[in-house]
Design a protein around this ligand. Structure first.
Ligand code: HEM
Length: 175
């Protein structure tokens, strides 16, 4: 199925907006995670974990799902296909890994938000979980930036399936 040009542009706008917005929201999350880990001010620590919980639920997760869904539509609805070009396959894998890691972290993020809401966290409290937030957000940011580079440069290289499809479309017999 090929998307008509107008619809393709609309989905591409949604895709770029949600994907790049996702990166921005993870960057904001990282800043909050660092503030929550390092600040000596109890109010700042509390505010950081409460804000991280809200940003995750209302911004990061919706943008992540929108990026994945619009990326799938953009692939399946254009000549790029989902499994024809290595750059698209790599983007799909990186995005799925980032999404799974995000989903697995939601419980910890909620727990930190609830703990910060109930009591003032001393710097030693829940230290490992708080450090893991910084590491996950930093790692996620690197993965998302790599995905953006792949999107813009679109390195050449077709999968075996992509080469077969291209031959079929051109009416060239298989060797
Ligand atoms: C964090 C995740 C993602 C980011 C940051 C991202 C970013 C982008 C950007 C910036 C473009 C525009 C490139 C251009 O027009 O030159 C793009 C296009 C595209 N993306 Fe993604 N993307 C992500 C996830 C995905 C996923 C999961 C898929 C597929 C399963 C996908 C498939 C595509 C395709 C096929 C295009 C080309 C669309 C076209 O030319 O019509 N993307 N992406």
């Amino acid at each position: 199925m090929t998307l008509p040009p107008g619809l393709r542009k609309l989905v591409l706008t949604l895709h770029v907006t949600s994907s790049v917005g996702w990166i921005g929201s993870v960057a904001a999350f990282l800043v909050l995670a660092v503030a929550g880990l390092t600040s000596q001010d109890a109010q700042t620590v509390r505010a950081a974990y409460l804000a991280m919980e809200m940003v995750t639920g209302f911004v990061i997760v919706p943008l992540c799902l929108a990026s994945l869904a619009s990326g799938l539509v953009q692939s399946l609805g254009t000549r790029w296909g989902l499994f024809r070009h290595y750059w698209v396959v790599a983007k799909l894998l990186l995005t799925v890994v980032a999404t799974v890691v995000l989903v697995l972290q939601i419980g910890v993020i909620r727990y930190l938000g609830a703990s910060a809401g109930e009591r003032a966290l001393a710097s030693a409290d829940l230290r490992e979980l708080r450090m893991s937030m910084v590491l996950h957000a930093g790692g996620g940011l690197v993965v998302l930036l790599l995905t953006t580079v792949l999107s813009v440069y679109k390195p050449q290289g077709m999968t075996g399936y992509g080469q077969r499809r291209q031959r079929e479309l051109r009416g060239v017999p298989a060797p």
